[in-house]
Write a protein that binds this ligand. Structure first.
Ligand code: AMP
Length: 216
């Protein structure tokens, strides 16, 4: 019998540790990560009118229109790269996107990393990333090379949308819209909840334990 877990969605507010936990899941299940914000940033970096429009949405912390994001992500999931499954980070974010996923490539389980707004804010304000999408934290997970990425040597910077005001707005959007997804997936019996306020290594252990028990 094949693996029962190969299509996973990772949900959780900003700075719930999704990138760190994504690596744990990918390594264990051998599936690729499809990180929405990284895909969007690649389109932005290419320039052009679509890139410019996406940048405006992202810089102001509001969601990119559903039709645009659905086309981009379902295009990725239909590629050969995702043939053996995928781990989605950042998609779906609302019911329309969830329905689009449901009627196309589908999903086996939703892993929700729950975290309080207070912890989210503290983590976001210290977050630093590089242009390859590697993520550090000045306090909890600093690069040994200061403001240079340990992994690829590129410069680390603070995202333009990682300011207190924009983070508050993003958290409010998350609570208002994305949390409806929890209900939606709970009713489908696909929701698995992890306590993200715990130290990051402890959350990784909880996730690994779940995978050991549920993936063949
Ligand atoms: P994140 O790092 O996941 O907060 O994403 C950064 C920005 O990318 C968001 O503020 C949105 O503008 C955009 N974005 C990421 N994922 C989605 C999505 N599933 N739907 C619409 N917009 C998205």
């Amino acid at each position: 019998m094949g693996k029962t877990l190969k299509k996973i969605v990772l949900l959780g507010p900003q700075a719930s540790g999704k990138s760190t936990q994504a690596k744990v899941i990918m390594d264990y299940l051998g599936i690729p990560l499809i990180a929405t914000s990284h895909i969007l940033r690649k389109v932005v970096a290419r320039g052009g009118s679509l890139g410019q429009k996406l940048k405006e949405y992202m810089d102001s912390g509001v969601l990119v229109p559903d039709d645009t994001i659905i086309t981009l992500i379902l295009g990725e999931l239909g590629s050969e790269y995702c043939m053996n499954g995928y781990l989605l980070d950042g998609f779906p974010r609302n019911l329309k996107q969830a329905e689009a996923l449901n009627t196309s490539c589908g999903v086996d389980k939703i892993f929700n990393i729950e975290i309080s707004d207070k912890v989210a804010m503290k983590r976001v304000l210290g977050r630093r990333i590089c242009s390859e999408g590697h993520v550090f934290h000045i306090e909890f997970q600093p690069s040994s090379k200061g403001d240079i990425c340990d992994i690829c040597g590129k410069e680390l910077y603070q995202r333009e949308d990682d300011t207190e005001e924009i983070v508050k707005r993003r958290l409010a959007i998350y609570r208002a819209e994305t949390e409806k997804l929890l209900d939606y997936y709970d009713k489908k019996n696909k929701l698995v909840v992890f306590d993200g306020d715990k130290p990051i290594e402890q959350v990784s252990e909880d996730i690994l334990k779940y995978l050991q028990e549920h993936a063949e």
